[in-house]
Ligand binder design. Sequence first.
Ligand SMILES: [Ca+2]
Ligand SMILES: [Ca+2]
Length: 219
Amino acid sequence: MRIRRTVPLALIVAALAASPSMAGAKLAPPKPLAWTDMAGDANALNDQGGLAPAGPGDTAGPAQDAAADILGVTFARLDDGKTLLGLTVTMKLSGAPSQGHLYRVTGAAGACSTFWFQFNWTAGGNGSSTLRHNCVANADPTSVGGTTNQTIDGKVVGNSIVWTLLVKELPPGVKVGSPIAPALGETRAIIGVAGAPQSLTAPVIDQTATQSAAYKIGQ
Ligand SMILES: [Ca+2]
Ligand SMILES: [Ca+2]
């Protein structure tokens, strides 16, 4: 007597095909987004919206500020091997970051036309790391341009600034899978000291080329 197959073959095949991903539940290989900038051009004289906005592109010398000289910017996933935790943004410099500089990676994400990673290190003060965004309207009259400065982890690691944005810290409208369109990295001088009511962040000392690629949160 023949035994009848009670489960359609298509369902068995589908179950077998699905089992590896269900059992493993591993993250896909990470795909960082990185770009570079030439060394030795932190002189505020390039075409960087600084002293000479119509000037030539990246140009080395003559007055090079190693603490402001960007070598590269990298967006990378942060995970524990199994679970996505967030992302890091790293700005690598020629020299160790120092007081009197603003380090910034500009960009946009979701409905936020401003989605900037900032490390504001006023002379005489401690570095302040924020995600500056306009994902929600900021009614505070002292807010610059209606943006919010959300405190996030950011620290000096060797010659780099490393920001960490956790999934649980993502502002409204930005979630896992949302693309961040990083525009560029820049360094600025901060004219002013800690405790002053308002410091001027100018001029731009170094700047990277504007990027067209996006980084999807989780990639
Ligand atoms: Ca540079
Ligand atoms: Ca440059």
